[in-house]
Ligand binder design. Structure first.
Ligand SMILES: [Fe+2]
Length: 166
């Protein structure tokens, strides 16, 4: 599995990124989490089946809510919707999913895959906040929004860490 941090660096090449780059990447990353967690929800099996099925449901529902919130925050703060485009979204999502999910995996690997994916989301949020701060475009509202997202996903990391110890 590609290290989540390396992936973010590849996808973002952050130094020169503008708001129009960061927001779509965050939306695509949330969409990748959504797709991965939802497919794992269907494919969970074995002795932990029901707990896993419910845990992955919680994660995909949270990611789905993130997508909508991020897109609306992005458009609200930039007053621009041109950088949100279905083809770009699908392409960026596919790249992220490809990097996080290997072909040869079983239900036993699902918690570790999601744990790495959730940590990647936290890395992305942290890098985005830092970049916005450096560029002087981190408003109080965006700061609060990103911190709330990080808080929620740190909760997911806790749940997955406990599960991945099995
Ligand atoms: Fe379901």
């Amino acid at each position: 599995m590609t290290n989540a941090k390396q992936l973010i660096e590849q996808v973002c090449e952050q130094a020169s990124l503008t708001e129009d780059d960061w927001w779509p990447r965050l939306i695509a990353y949330a969409n990748a989490l959504y797709e991965i967690a939802w497919t794992f929800h269907w494919r969970s099996k074995g002795s932990n089946y029901y707990g896993d099925h419910e845990l992955y449901a919680r994660l995909y529902i949270a990611a789905r809510d993130d997508i909508d919130g991020i897109a609306e925050k992005a458009i609200g703060t930039t007053d621009d919707d041109s950088f949100i485009h279905a083809r770009r979204w699908a392409r960026d999502t596919a790249r992220i999913v490809d990097s996080l999910v290997e072909d040869d995996f079983t239900a036993h690997n699902f918690p570790a895959i999601l744990l790495a994916a959730e940590r990647g989301f936290l890395d992305l949020v942290s890098d985005m906040k830092e970049a916005f701060e450096t560029q002087g475009i981190l408003t109080d509202g965006v700061d609060d929004f990103l911190q709330a997202a990080a808080n929620k996903h740190e909760g997911h990391v806790y749940l997955l860490q406990q599960r991945a110890r099995d």
